[in-house]
Design a protein around this ligand. Structure first.
Ligand SMILES: Cc1cc2nc3c(=O)[nH]c(=O)nc-3n(C[C@H](O)[C@H](O)[C@H](O)COP(=O)(O)O)c2cc1C
Length: 381
């Protein structure tokens, strides 16, 4: 019988158990995209028990930040703080993977030549008009991902994760909702995966054969006209072919629409709503594992009760990631590993974490009052 406490090797990385912290944007970075004391504290507390920590979406370019306090690795000056962060996670006994992202048209409006970058000019944010990228700009972006991946590995991370989910730039290319291109970057699911494939290949070229590369994808987009389960299988296979080692399988459970003057803008969610049961993405995650023949990470309310322990036994899923519950109680993973689920201080699924960061504030939690607030300074190195 498979248990959460089993050691496992994925992408060449030996993990002490099968629990992971998934990427969680905290908005605790400094306005320059640098690591702060608050970032170090957040990750230190959440690296004590899990086998793997995937650090939050880190921008490959200044104009690709989700929020003003998103971390960045677009310049060497950011590397020193990142090295402290990698050391903090690894010092606590977990493997450290850094998620690389460009938010595309879902970016924070700080300016920059690629602000609003998008496959076909679909706008998400009223203050960031989207524009359709030309081939030269796409090449520049591919190079930004590759450069940031080198900085991440030089800073001491064990691997990188390319963020291809939740309707940020790569996901905007993958989704038929946002990709209406007629060139080789558009068309069917395989055509829409061209940009993702080029990013992965460029990262693989720069990092060499041994470096673990993860790819986060949507197993489905829960909205009419969105990426289907079948599309996701095509993407998963294409990523395996491009050199990905591990698939981190998320989803967009729902998309809502915000009314603005002259139309409607999409608001994509990456977490199941309160009334959804745990493990709602596990069947699809297992299907993706079969199709791509790669190890997978499953996520989606897996911190509830015994969901995580049951999942590794029931589904062929290699790693279980626990997000919001680890925000509410950083000791959740340790308690779940020890079977003490009754001691977990439960996340109320109130979405204050999302609400606070969407409002541009440092992440807050209704249950966990220890999280930081106020201005965040870069660490002094
Ligand atoms: C506040 C918050 C920030 C998030 N930031 C990221 C992120 O930076 N990158 C990412 O891929 N997913 C992000 N997610 C999605 C989580 O990684 C995870 O997939 C989601 O919360 C579902 O897991 P859960 O039900 O255990 O919370 C975020 C989720 C929350 C709640």
């Amino acid at each position: 019988m498979a248990t959460l406490k089993d050691e496992i090797t994925i992408g060449g990385m030996k993990l002490r158990n099968r629990l992971a912290l998934p990427p969680l944007t905290t908005n605790y970075g400094s306005p320059e995209g640098k690591v702060t004391d608050a970032i170090l504290r957040f990750y230190e507390e959440r690296s004590r028990d899990v086998g793997l920590v995937i650090v939050e979406a880190t921008a490959v370019q200044e104009d690709g930040r989700i929020l003003k306090g998103s971390l960045g690795l677009w310049e060497d000056a950011q590397a020193e703080g990142m090295a402290r962060l990698a050391k903090t996670v690894k010092g606590a006994g977990a493997a450290a993977v850094l998620q690389l992202n460009h938010a595309g048209a879902r970016c924070h409006p700080v300016g920059g030549p690629l602000q609003g970058a998008s496959p076909s000019g679909v706008t998400f944010n009223p203050t960031v008009p989207a524009f359709a990228l030309n081939e030269e700009q796409i090449r520049q972006l591919v190079a930004h991902y590759a450069r940031a991946s080198v900085r991440a590995m030089e800073a001491g991370f064990d691997g990188v994760e390319i963020h291809g989910a939740h309707l940020y730039l790569i996901s905007q290319f993958l989704s038929p909702l946002t990709n209406r291109r007629e060139d080789r970057y558009g068309g069917d699911a395989l055509g829409r995966a061209t940009f993702a494939r080029e990013v992965v290949k460029a990262v693989r070229d720069r990092l060499g054969p041994g470096a673990p590369i993860f790819f986060r994808l949507n197993a489905v987009e829960g909205v009419e006209g969105g990426q289907t389960e079948q599309d996701a299988l095509t993407v998963a296979k294409a990523m395996a072919g491009a050199g990905v080692d591990v698939l981190d399988v998320s989803l967009v459970p729902q998309v809502t629409f915000q009314e603005v003057e002259g139309g409607k803008l999409m608001v994509a969610s990456s977490a199941f709503p309160k009334d959804a049961p745990p493990a709602g993405n596990m069947d699809r995650t297992a299907e993706i594992r079969r199709a791509a023949s790669l190890p997978v990470i499953g996520v989606g309310k897996m911190g509830v009760g015994s969901a995580a322990a049951e999942a590794v036994d029931k589904w062929p899923v290699d790693i279980i990631a626990i997000g919001r519950q680890m925000i509410a109680d950083p000791d959740s993973a340790g308690k779940i590993l020890d079977g003490k689920t009754n001691e977990v201080i439960a996340c109320e699924e109130c979405m204050s974490c999302f609400g606070s960061i969407r409002a541009g504030k440092p992440m807050k939690c209704k249950v966990n009052k220890e999280l930081p607030g106020g201005a965040l300074e870069p660490i002094r190195t």
